[in-house]
Write a protein that binds this ligand. Sequence first.
Ligand SMILES: [Zn+2]
Ligand SMILES: [Zn+2]
Length: 179
Amino acid sequence: MTLQVRFSEILPCGNSYEVLEIDGLSSQQDFLLKGNLTAHCTLKHRTDAEVEMQGQLKATLSLTCDRCLVCYDFDVDTEMQVLFQSVSSEYKHLIELECNVEELDTVILDEPVVDLDDVLRQQLYLALPLKNICSEQCRGICARCGENLNVVECRCNHERQDLPFAVLAQLNNKNIIKK
Ligand SMILES: [Zn+2]
Ligand SMILES: [Zn+2]
């Protein structure tokens, strides 16, 4: 069931929503939702053709670390502020060309309907980290033996640490030969 709100349903004092589930999230491959998601939001008219959404989105996600491939928890707690503009399609491209001087995310709609599932899903994606890393100190996986270096100290580790010096020594040798 998707939650769609027509502009005409929005009361002068604004409509408030509490959402505990977003449609279409279970099929996402990038992350798993752990437990419940909570979103509070208020929709309010700015003009007849503009609706502003303010709210907060909280969730705990399970992400996979890019370095060590282990799953870790990531808390999302984000403030949402989105402006919806309903315009007929003939003007749509003109508005999209205009600079958006406001700091609000602006969404141009063909129909005066806000699809809350869509919006919340997008907001959740915007809150994801650019890189999935379980911790700054994550040492990743050994390129040689495949051991998770956060858990075990593998035998090839010594060679790994020596490697940069070995490369430097080689470079120095080349320079000497050139001279
Ligand atoms: Zn990691
Ligand atoms: Zn190793």
